[in-house]
Design a protein around this ligand. Structure first.
Ligand SMILES: Nc1ncnc2c1ncn2[C@@H]1O[C@H](COP(=O)(O)OP(=O)(O)OP(=O)(O)O)[C@@H](O)[C@H]1O
Length: 276
């Protein structure tokens, strides 16, 4: 008997351009919130050479992407089990080679996800700061690009630069904005308006407002303890915001199929084992 329609893995890049806006914090806590809501979630630390997802979660990887590229192990051998069912693929730290991957190596990392025996429902890709080829390639290989923006001029200009490059060079048309470290929803929406105004004027893109995360001292304390705030203090303001963000992500319409010839996460594997 045919089962219910199967759902494709959704890959979401967490990007922003500027360093320190909260990309890794959002990746870890959104990923864990989705996992706590019952989804199968994997988080790829794509900050090659300067890994910090494992540090944020107090994990100690013994192998990293470099071992995969050297053929010493498969992608599944790199998976670390974080709390609440979140699976993490660490980037590796301190290896210069990892910070200088060429396009072929990026493609090899992305394609390795097609071979996973248990692909996740959601793959979050925590990208590095800046606008390197590496960031652009990883972001362009996902279904959705989530831009983390905070209330600083450089955050807005860097987010705009990222939108420009991804739309012009990779045909990305839709972006999902998350305001981080803001005081309230009004401030978050103002940031969205600022970014949308300038993008509407010069670029053919859509920027959706996905949600916001307040500046929260609890979150910083959780980071110092190497825990996700959603795990340690689930009723803190930031944890509640991440829960809401996960709920918003889960209402997004089904992602479009990977474009022909595009290097995409799960591009060779159109469906996974659960209903979308
Ligand atoms: N909502 C928040 N409330 C309070 N502090 C926050 C919040 N989000 C992030 N921070 C602080 O900002 C710091 C930087 O966050 P994070 O490492 O996630 O940024 P990033 O964009 O990934 O940086 P990089 O690109 O340099 O790796 C955190 O260590 C934390 O102290």
């Amino acid at each position: 008997m045919p089962g219910k329609p199967r759902r494709r893995c959704r890959a979401i890049a967490v990007a922003g351009g500027k360093g320190g806006v909260g990309k890794s914090t959002v990746s870890v806590n959104l990923g864990m919130s989705l996992s706590m809501a019952g989804h199968d979630v994997m988080l790829l630390d794509a900050d090659m050479g300067l890994a910090n997802v494992d540090v944020l979660l107090g994990l100690t990887p013994s192998r990293h992407i470099g071992h995969l590229l050297d053929g010493e192990c498969g992608l599944e051998d790199l998976i670390l089990e974080a709390p609440r069912g979140l699976r993490v693929i660490p980037a590796g730290s301190g290896a210069r080679r990892l910070a200088q991957l060429d396009n072929g190596e990026h493609a090899a990392v992305i394609r390795a996800f097609d071979e996973l025996p248990h692909p996740p429902q959601y793959l979050l890709v925590d990208t590095a700061a800046g606008l390197s080829d590496s960031v652009a390639m990883f972001a362009a290989a996902t279904d959705d690009v989530m831009l983390v923006v905070c209330d600083e001029p450089a955050s807005l200009t860097d987010a705009y630069a990222m939108i420009k490059v991804l739309s012009r060079d990779f045909g990305v048309r839709r972006f999902r904005m998350v305001a981080n470290m803001v005081r309230n929803e009004g401030e978050a929406r103002q940031l969205h308006q600022k970014l949308s105004r300038v993008s509407d004027r010069f670029l053919d893109v859509v920027i959706d407002f996905t949600g916001w995360v307040p500046h929260d001292e609890r979150l910083r304390q959780a980071i110092r303890r190497q825990c996700a705030v959603v795990d340690l203090w689930p009723s803190s303001r930031s944890a509640m915001a991440f829960k809401q963000l996960a709920g918003a992500v889960d209402t997004w319409a089904e992602p479009e199929r990977a474009g022909h010839g595009r290097i995409a996460f799960f591009g060779g594997q159109p469906v996974s084992s659960t209903g979308w």
